[in-house]
Every structure is written in C-alpha cells, then in structure tokens.
Write a protein that binds this ligand. Structure first.
Ligand SMILES: NC(=O)c1ccc[n+]([C@@H]2O[C@H](COP(=O)([O-])OP(=O)(O)OC[C@H]3O[C@@H](n4cnc5c(N)ncnc54)[C@H](O)[C@@H]3O)[C@@H](O)[C@H]2O)c1
Length: 353
C-alpha cells in the first residue's frame, strides 16, 4: 500500500506526540496489543502507512533540524515516549505572521533563516495532506497555510480552533479546488469537555436536575500560555455552549476557563464541579479531577483523521467532509450528538468508493 504523505505546520508538542506515536505503533500487528489506539487499521491503513514528508516552523531551535531532533527541542515539553530514528525531513522556515503572541514572544525564538516557498515545498515533497498544528491564536497563519494547501493541491486538516472548515467561504474554496477540508479544533482522546457532557447527560437521563456546573483547566504547555492571552474567551464560549447542549433544560454552566502553570509542563488538570437535585429535591454534588498529558491526547485522533482524509482523497471527495469533522473536531460545520458522529464516521469508513 502506498504511503499517506503528510506535511506538519508547527513542530510543537502535538507534532512531537504524533511522530513518536508513529514510531511506537509501527510494528503493532494485532488490535488487542495496541493499547491506546482507537483503530489499528482504518480503511485498511495501518499507522505505519503515514509518512511525514515536510514540516514547517519558525523557531531557531527547530528550523533546519531533522524532525526527530526538532520535536524534542525547547520550548516543547511533551514527554519523550520512544527513541525516534533520523527522519531525513528537515524543518523548513515559514512566515511568522501572527504565529507568536505577546505571552509567547519570550518563549519562541524566531529563526533568522530565510523563509522557504511553502507551496513549492509542498509540491516538491508530494504532500497530500497538510496538518495545521499552529498555536490556537495564530488565525492569520492558519488561513495562510490553508491557502498554500489550496495552491499546492493538498487536503487540509485544521487541528486549531481557527474557523476554517466551519467557515462556508473556505469550504466552498476547497470544494471548487476539488480537495478535502476537515476541522476545526481537534477533539482530545480523553477529553475534558466530552467527559463533562457525558456525566451531565447521564445524570439528567436519570432525572437529576443539574443546577450549576463548571469545568476549569490548568496546563503548562506553550499552547496553554498562548490560550491565556489570545483564545481564552473564544474557547470558554465554544466549550460552555457545547456543555450546555448536553442538558435538555437551562442550568448555570461555565466550561473551558483555563490558566497556565509552568511547572505542570505538558500536563493538564481539569476540574469538574457539578451540583444538582435528585429524588424529593435531595441535593447532590460531584467534585472531580482529570489529569492527562496534553500532546498524546491528540495522537490517536490524528491517526484516524489522517487515514480518513486519505480515504476521502481516494473517493475523490471535495469540500468539508462532515463525517470526519463531526467525529474528530470540537467545532465542526454541523454539531451532532457523540453517538451520531461516531455512527456516520464508521459508515463513511466502511462505504465503498
Ligand atoms: N491535545 C492537544 O494537544 C490538542 C487538542 C486539540 C487541539 N490542539 C491544537 O493543536 C495546536 C498545536 O498545539 P501544540 O500543543 O502542539 O502547540 P505548541 O505551541 O506546542 O506548538 C505550536 C508550534 O507552532 C510553531 N509556530 C508558531 N508560529 C508559526 C508559524 N507562523 N509557522 C510555522 N510554525 C509556527 C511554534 O514554534 C510551535 O513549534 C493548537 O492550536 C491546539 O489548540 C491540540
């Protein structure tokens, strides 16, 4: 089977987990041995069928370095999970645009190397799929890379919260170019918002009247620092709406409020507090903490997305691919319940071209 050729935009913590995961699972043969993977095979593709053929960043500790070295360079603080052999892909310098914010300008060191022609680099590396792993506040840079994907004839995966796949104008442009587009804002494998919604749904299904609930996140990656400055409010609005939708009635809900604690490194703590009334208005309360490491939380979902987009390419699908968006992203063009998203994704994978 031919390789799925992928370019990474942003060689940060997520890229590190993705690359390490490709190595970690490369020799895995049986589903039952592959702890931590949603699917070992998806549409006939194994994770080892994914090949990173190009990568772009702006940090001097990453640009010009082999990808295997760049993923471990600071300020990345994703844990080292496995030894990575040399990849023979050197990280290329792209334009900075709004990639670095006020809070991260002392953390990211901008390389003085000249920018490459990104469209040409995508064409020369035979990239089929561009994955946007830029900081969440880099909205202009994300749009710029979507433009380069269009120019180079590549599918585009937006893992960031910038509105691209959920924007009708961008969807039309990819449709006209006959290329797949998926996004926005990748779902975590062990997701705090999903857990929160599932708990609320379970309680309300059992007749509990939730009166108040909140979810607070604390993280120590560069992304948490960037969020604090540039996307905190947007994330809070998106997550609060999403959690509210899990209840069939109105309640006081706050979700996705966050802070940055540097010594947590790439770890993330999510706190959930739920208060409600059950039989004869007896009060109940839940206090819960979920601890995860941020970057590996993107790995399994990215493996599924890359292989599903390859299936879309093989089927010659164009524009936003709803089954992939709804299954793997927090802000798809159309929201739907988890079970429905799961079902249309499975049907999409099983359908013959
Ligand atoms: N579990 C997860 O980690 C997860 C889940 C959902 C969504 N996401 C999203 O994925 C994205 C990446 O997250 P991360 O933790 O890897 O972030 P990160 O800050 O660790 O990495 C971002 C990388 O982009 C580089 N960069 C900045 N400006 C650039 C530019 N103009 N061109 C090229 N590179 C540039 C930075 O140098 C850095 O290497 C974020 O938008 C985040 O919201 C992550």
């Amino acid at each position: 089977m031919s390789k799925i050729k992928v370019a990474l935009v942003g060689v940060g913590n997520c890229a590190s987990a993705l690359l390490q995961g490709l190595q970690y699972y490369s020799n895995c043969k049986k589903e039952e041995e592959c702890i931590g993977l949603g699917h070992l095979f998806l549409g006939g593709f194994h994770p080892r069928d994914i090949q990173i053929v190009a990568a772009f960043d702006v940090d001097s500790r990453k640009v010009g370095k082999d990808l295997s070295e760049a993923i471990l360079a600071p300020p990345n603080n994703a844990p080292k999970l496995v030894d990575i052999p040399k990849s023979d892909v050197a990280v290329l310098k792209g334009p900075v645009l709004d990639g670095v914010g006020e809070y991260t300008k002392n953390v990211v060191q901008i390389s003085s190397q000249p920018e490459v022609n990104v469209t040409n680099a995508l064409k020369e590396s035979d990239t089929e799929i561009v994955i946007d792993l830029l900081p969440s506040g880099a909205v202009k840079a994300s749009q710029w890379y979507a433009e380069q994907a269009l120019n180079a004839g590549c599918a585009f995966v937006n893992a960031t919260p910038a509105f691209i796949a959920s924007d009708a104008a961008w969807a039309r442009r990819f449709e006209n170019a006959e290329l797949p587009l998926v996004g926005d804002d990748l779902i975590d494998q062990v997701g705090a918002t999903t857990l929160h919604k599932t708990l609320l749904k379970l309680l309300s299904m059992h007749g509990v009247r939730i009166t108040e609930t909140y979810q607070l996140d604390v993280g120590g990656g560069t992304e948490s620092l960037d969020t604090l400055e540039r996307t905190r409010d947007v994330k809070r609005t998106v997550k609060t709406r999403s959690v509210e939708a899990a209840l069939p009635y109105k309640a006081e809900v706050v979700a996705g409020s966050m802070d940055y604690v540097d010594f947590l490194q790439n770890r993330r703590d999510s706190y959930f507090w739920i208060r409600g009334l059950y039989f004869c208005k007896t009060p109940m309360q839940i206090d819960l903490k979920l601890s995860t490491v941020d970057s590996p939380n993107a790995g399994s979902v990215l493996f599924d997305v890359i292989r599903a987009v390859k299936i879309a390419i093989n089927k010659r699908l164009k524009g936003t691919i709803l089954p992939i968006c709804a299954y793997a992203f927090k802000h798809p063009p159309q929201m739907m319940p988890l079970e429905t998203a799961e079902k249309i994704f499975t049907d999409f994978i099983m359908e013959k071209a």
